[in-house]
Design a binder for this molecule. Structure first.
Ligand code: TNX
Length: 522
């Protein structure tokens, strides 16, 4: 019975590995797993923390053991692994720490679903099938955006999503920390950012009309510096990089509610915006606001070891600059004419600030497109995140930018999952599970050079309409399972066969995914 179950689990892995060779028999793992490490000294602690992702406890031993980990440069492709389960024990071979994490996550899927619970019944038998799995990812950026600005997500939820991302072999969390509707990072230097910028009156905009209903209940929250350090460390243990987004010059309503002096005076609204949509709030480039940004980045960037920092650049309504004397002075000094040149100059200044911290900037594709001919060659150091489709992505790639593909269709998971009146209110769509499953991110007519610019793909969890953490689960899963297969580059197209069994794992983990049978009532 348990033999069949164990073998069946090897046929229901998500994402589907490149090679799964099933042998005969099973391995029963003890409640306390003897572990032998053949890893460089400086990696030992991290590898041991990766092993704690397994449900049983472990003890390090010197001799051939239940689990052997071999970490050696070049042993596999980057982030890849070989997981060899025999009747005698498990051997993990990897070239880097991420590979070890993914081997451990794969082994966890080979165990009973209770491996996904916080605690398992004490009489459980941890049985894995005899199998050899060889695997490595297609894309190096396998991202998920969490918009914690529109609706704050408590730290515990962010940590939980990091755990789920890692289980699906996603490796980049794009934390959308600032927007018109909220600022979510503590600042010691500019405390009004979190004191003022993190609170607003909640609102809900009906999807079917423009009626705005303010319910008058304040909504807010922010992460302290210690919270962020914890999030970053928790992510690192799961092979995930946290890329922070502090966006300029648009989407700065919360920042400007806290520090109006850095905005253009013609935009009168100085509150943290209670409703959705593209707003006029606009940071005004001036020597003073550049100094503010410099000090802000000096304070915040050291919290994030990520080589990338996202600086927005999207949906910036530039008309507020037209008659702003402060912006005029900034432009005159640099001999700039027109808002496109001013925009490009501001983004170049920001790029320079990031460079001083050794960071590579990321912007939305609007920023690439808006800069037009004003862009200098050096601007191609910016990674372009293309949300408006393949055409703009291709132009960015052809211009020499690295790109991450995050097109609305099918990576905006804030959209309805089906055109079904029973679905909870969402922002648009639908983006169906099938749309995600059948997505090929790079169109066939792209040249080799253009394709090589694609660093990876990203799914988006915007939260304008998502005021309950349960709804985040519902919208992310199961679409994220399909997304993870595309990001990983699984070659099979039979997710529909494997998904029901995989959702049992997520159920054990307490994920409130959308049932395959249709909408759950809310
Ligand atoms: C567009 S993607 C946006 C977000 C919204 C999202 C809603 C991008 C650069 N801008 O600000 O949250 O649509 O689906």
């Amino acid at each position: 019975m348990s033999h069949d179950d164990a073998r069946e689990r090897a046929a229901h892995l998500v994402p589907q590995p490149h090679s799964v060779v099933l042998g005969a028999g099973v391995l029963r793992l003890p409640a306390e797993l003897p572990v032998r490490l053949d890893v460089p000294a400086e990696e030992r602690a991290a590898v041991l923390r990766a092993i704690t992702l397994l449900p049983m406890t472990s003890k390090v031993v010197a001799e051939p053991a239940g689990l052997q980990v071999l970490l050696r440069a070049g042993a596999t492709p980057p982030e890849g692994f070989v997981l060899d389960v025999t009747e005698a024990g498990v051997t993990i071979t990897a070239a880097d720490r991420s590979g070890v994490v993914y081997a451990v996550q794969t082994l966890r899927q080979l165990l009973p679903d209770a491996a996904y619970r916080q605690a398992a019944p004490s009489d459980i038998r941890w049985v894995a099938p005899v199998v050899r799995v060889e695997d490595s990812p297609r894309f190096r950026w396998r991202g998920m955006l969490l918009d914690v600005a529109r609706h704050f997500l408590p730290k515990r939820e962010v940590l939980r999503h990091l755990g789920l991302m890692s289980a699906h072999k996603l490796n980049t969390l794009h934390l959308h920390l600032s927007d018109d509707q909220g600022w979510r990072v503590e600042s010691l230097r500019f405390p009004r950012l979190h004191e003022v910028g993190s609170w607003r009156v909640t609102s809900q905009v009906s999807h079917y009309s423009d009626e705005v209903v303010h319910d008058g209940t304040p909504h807010g929250g922010y992460y302290t510096r210690d919270d962020l350090a914890e999030i970053v460390a928790y992510a690192a243990d799961r092979a995930i990089t946290v890329v922070p987004e502090i966006g300029v010059p648009g989407h700065t309503g919360a920042l400007l509610a806290a520090y109006p002096e850095f905005g253009s005076p013609s935009v009168p609204d100085r509150a943290v915006h209670p409703n959705w949509g593209v707003h006029d709030a606009l940071l005004a480039p001036s020597e003073r606001s550049l100094e503010f940004l410099r000090l802000l980045f000096d304070e915040l960037l050291p919290l994030f070891p990520s080589p990338y920092v996202h600086v927005g650049g999207d949906e910036s309504v530039l008309r507020a600059w037209d008659d702003d004397p402060v912006v005029r002075a900034f432009a005159d000094k640099r001999r700039l004419s027109g808002s496109a040149e001013i925009f490009a100059a501001l983004m170049a200044e920001v790029r320079q600030m990031l460079a001083e911290h050794g960071k590579t900037p990321v912007t939305w594709d609007d920023s690439f497109a808006a800069q037009g001919t004003a862009a200098d060659a050096e601007s191609t150091t910016t990674l372009v995140m293309a949300w408006r489709g393949a055409e703009v992505a291709r132009r960015a790639a052809a211009a020499g930018h690295d790109v991450v593909l995050s097109p609305v269709m099918p990576t905006y998971f804030d959209y309805f999952q089906e055109a079904d009146p029973g679905e909870p209110l969402a922002i648009g769509g639908p983006v169906t599970l099938g749309d995600v499953v059948s997505w090929e991110p790079i169109p066939q007519d792209w040249s080799e050079d253009e394709s090589a610019r694609v660093q990876g793909i990203q799914c988006q969890m915007w939260t304008e309409f998502v005021d309950d953490p349960r709804l985040v689960d519902y919208l992310l899963y199961p679409r994220t399972c399909a997304f993870a297969e595309i990001a990983w580059g699984s070659r099979t197209q039979d997710l529909h066969r494997r998904l029901p069994r995989h959702l049992d794992r997520l159920a054990a983990a307490g994920v409130e995914f959308r049932p395959l049978t249709g909408p759950a009532p809310w």
